[in-house]
Design a protein around this ligand. Structure first.
Ligand code: T1G
Length: 662
């Protein structure tokens, strides 16, 4: 092959000869996934190079911002198509001509495995490299667990593979994953090949895994095992990586491939792949496609309490200028202290460095002077959840902020349309319902009010993305998506207790199912008074024929509001949750007052009824258009309420998911 125009090895793999070097470019939009056509093209290119004496070396690179995003997950549910990725990587590694990976962007999963099978690796500074397969309920299936340890050692490989942690180029260089960093990896590779000092090429599989002491490895492995909470993939990843030190390379490859195929067929992996695609679907919001968001550089936040200070930190982390406002200077000072405390905690934990702290503080002002909001592009209120307070605030903001400034309410339960009606420009109002702690929780319900204009909604979504949030659009209903489902969940949990189950039995059943915390422990943590206030608000309009459990009312009437008062559904001593016989007596009294004879309730009945209650409410939200799709509901419950992601969500479990498992 001579210096030529483009050579086509498949629909998404092309090549050109550059002074005896075959430059292979992968161009498989949108993310250069390793589809069947990509694999066939890459294999064809390697074979062509090895069958042509004029070719001295091969460089593999990706077109655009991604090198290779990994296997094509969409192919998982379909019959396998040759060549498999391991076959392609074997051909690369055994190539008589050296193959250099010019890593132009993200090299993830099979993408990093391709690079590991090459004989030399150059990455761009912004490239991320990782093996995130465990997040899909699988393990690397093309040599990652066997090649990576040969470059990094066992400890780094354990952390990256079993935690699915990606690293930036600098860390990859330090760990031995790559050989060089260059702004333009392809040009650098060509330069190295044309220079007198050729790079030292080597086969990764020829390297021995450096022995590391058990004292160093066991703590890493046991932390992974404890965090796995019974999930198979991280445990198998640990096993395969550790085995790489004592197993012949090809035996390790075979074990890895068999494990990958077994896990790929598992229910856990199907659910996690469903969640992966559901997150991408959630971003496809009706009515805002091609709508330009407004520019937001400065965000005002009214209220710097627990929620408001978390929102402030989240906005500062995202690079916004932030003005926090309180009713008084004294309250503002307290808010500033709360915010600085959160930032200093992030500094201490290493999430930010001193420069990052200084940069954030340079973009922050907190005061009791509302005039500071005059130039805000977006104002988020996080004040007390009372209608009069919020409507009064929005009327006041009308006279302060620009007419084109967007006003967002963080209300959890109030009707945002009524709040919007308080301002002269209701079309500029939307809901941004953060979950506490707002600087940690990924979920953000973006509430489309009746009058919210498309560009205001698009702006809310753009801000959510810049905040690093998982934005789920909700229509207006009491509690939006998450709290509506959670209320149904709470109602059924209380029915179960009235029928005969104990709170602790209900909690144990749901924690065994995979929930981060059982419902009654969550109610105590959140505080029982909020739901109590809402039940009292609804009492006048409650359907008298509907079943109503008054046990929680009795707890509140007895001053048992949960963890913060030391007593709720449980008793709390030194922060430790304990079953309280007083509560059992109150439950018995409540049952007997209705003539209910308690019966044994099995754990399966508990999980079945609670899952069904959530799914039934989810169907209602779909029917009323509050939720756009079942996947959105599942994402809210996973990311806001601790539903186990490897179960897919209540809608997925009920067979109501929009898309079949991939
Ligand atoms: N396969 C198929 N489609 C994918 C895909 C993939 N690997 N990655 C992304 N997409 C789709 C996605 O659904 C969306 O589709 C579009 O691409 C843009 O995605 C053998 C077995 C690479 C960091 O887990 O992390 O390799 O909605 O919005 O924000 O051992 O995509 O446009 O129709 O996320 O720029 C391992 C998964 C696979 C990486 C880019 N790899 N992807 O983020 O775009 S298993 C992963 C990502 C594996 C090997 C094993 C991200 C990204 P649509 P996007 P982005």
């Amino acid at each position: 092959m001579t210096n030529s125009d483009e050579l086509l090895f498949s629909t998404c793999v092309s090549g050109r000869i550059d002074d005896g070097v075959l430059v292979v470019t992968i161009d498989n939009p949108p993310v250069n996934a390793a589809s069947a056509a990509m694999r066939a093209g890459l294999l064809g290119a390697v074979h062509a190079a090895n069958n042509d004496g004029s070719v001295k070396a091969v460089i593999v690179t990706g077109n655009g911002r991604i090198f290779v995003s990994g296997a094509d997950i969409g192919e998982f549910g379909k019959p396998p198509v040759d060549p498999s990725l391991p076959d392609v990587l074997e051909a690369i590694e055994q190539s008589a001509k050296p193959v250099i990976a010019a890593i132009n962007g993200a090299a993830l999963g099979g993408g990093l495995e391709i690079a590991l099978a090459c004989h030399y690796r150059i990455a761009s500074p912004a490239a991320s490299l990782g093996l995130p397969e465990v997040k899909l309920g699988i393990v690397p299936g093309a040599g990652g667990t066997q090649r990576l340890p040969r470059l990094t050692g066992l400890a780094v490989a354990l952390d990256m593979i079993a935690n699915g942690r990606a690293v930036k180029a600098a860390e990859a260089l330090a760990s031995g994953i790559i050989d060089a960093i260059a702004d333009n990896p392809l040009a650098d590779a060509l330069g190295k090949l044309k220079s007198d000092e050729k790079p030292s090429f080597r086969k990764t599989s020829d390297l021995a895994v450096q022995a590391e002491s058990t004292d160093k490895l066991e703590p890493i492995a046991s932390k992974i095992r404890s965090r796995a909470r019974g999930l198979a993939a991280p445990l198998e990843a640990v096993r395969l990586v550790l085995a790489s030190a004592t197993t012949a390379f090809h035996d390790g490859l075979a074990d890895e491939r068999n494990t990958f195929i077994r896990l790929r067929e598992s229910a856990e992996s199907a659910a996690l792949r469903y969640v992966f695609f559901a997150e991408r679907e959630a971003a496809k919001v009706d009515g805002v496609k091609d709508v330009a968001p407004r520019s937001v550089k400065k965000i005002g936040i009214v209220g710097t309490g627990l929620m408001g200070s978390g929102i402030v930190v989240s906005a500062l982390d995202a690079g916004y200028h932030v003005t926090g406002v309180e009713q008084t200077d004294e309250a503002a000072q307290k808010g500033l202290e709360r915010i600085v405390g959160l930032l200093e905690r992030n500094l201490k934990s290493g999430r930010i460095d001193e420069a990052g702290l200084a940069a954030r503080l340079s973009r922050l002002s907190v005061s009791g002077d509302f005039a500071g909001l005059a130039d805000a592009d977006l104002v988020i209120e996080a004040v007390f959840d009372e209608m009069a307070v919020k409507t009064g605030l929005f009327r006041r903001l009308d006279g302060i902020v620009r007419p084109d400034a967007i006003l967002a309410t963080n209300t959890s339960y109030l009707d945002p349309d009524l709040i919007a009606a308080a301002t002269q420009y209701p079309e500029r109002v939307l809901g941004l319902h953060f979950f506490s702690p707002a600087n940690i929780m990924r979920l953000l319900e973006v509430v489309r009010c009746a009058r919210t204009t498309p560009d205001v909604l698009a702006t809310g979504l753009a801000v959510a993305k810049k905040l690093g949030k998982l934005a789920i659009v909700s229509g207006v209903t009491e509690g939006f998506i998450g709290n509506s489902i959670f209320s149904a969940y709470r109602r059924e949990a209380e029915f179960l207790v009235e029928d005969g189950a104990s709170p602790e039995a209900v909690d144990a059943a749901m924690e065994d199912y995979g929930m981060a915390m059982g419902p009654f422990a969550v109610f105590d943590m959140a505080g029982l008074e909020i739901a109590w206030a809402r039940r009292k608000r609804q009492a006048a309009t409650r359907d008298p024929s509907a079943r109503y459990v008054d046990i929680a009312d009795r707890l509140c009437e007895a001053g048992r509001f949960g963890q913060k008062t030391g007593r709720g559904w449980y008793r709390y001593e030194n922060g430790k949750r304990q079953v309280d016989f007083e509560v059992a007596e109150m439950i018995d009294q409540a049952r007997s007052s209705k003539g209910i004879v308690p019966r044994l309730v099995a754990a399966k009945e508990i999980t079945d009824r609670l899952l069904a209650a959530m799914a039934s409410e989810g169907k209602r939200l779909l029917g009323t258009g509050v939720a756009a799709r079942a996947g959105d509901i599942d994402l809210v419950m996973i990311n806001g309420y601790g539903f186990p992601s490897h179960k897919g969500g209540p809608m997925y479990q009920a067979g109501l998911a929009d898309s079949p498992a991939i």
